[in-house]
Design a protein. Structure first.
Length: 72
């Protein structure tokens, strides 16, 4: 905690966000589920991905993208 200069609550939020980003990047979680893990709205989560050099659509297949467009 000391070297990161974060309190326990802030560190816990940061760890949840990092886990959510990584699981999303690996295709293990959808953006909605990852956002829930991170404790934020989906659009906020998607906007944060660029801070970690993760694209919101890189792991999606053409079928996944089409389904997302139909459900939007």
């Amino acid at each position: 905690f000391i070297s990161l200069k974060l309190g326990p609550e802030r560190l816990a939020r940061e760890i949840r966000l990092l886990a959510a980003v990584k699981y999303f990047e690996l295709g293990k979680l959808s953006s909605g589920r990852a956002a829930a893990l991170a404790g934020m709205e989906r659009l906020e989560f998607l906007s944060i991905l660029s801070h970690y050099n993760v694209g919101p659509f890189e792991h999606l297949s053409e079928e996944d993208l089409q389904r997302d467009l139909e459900n939007a």
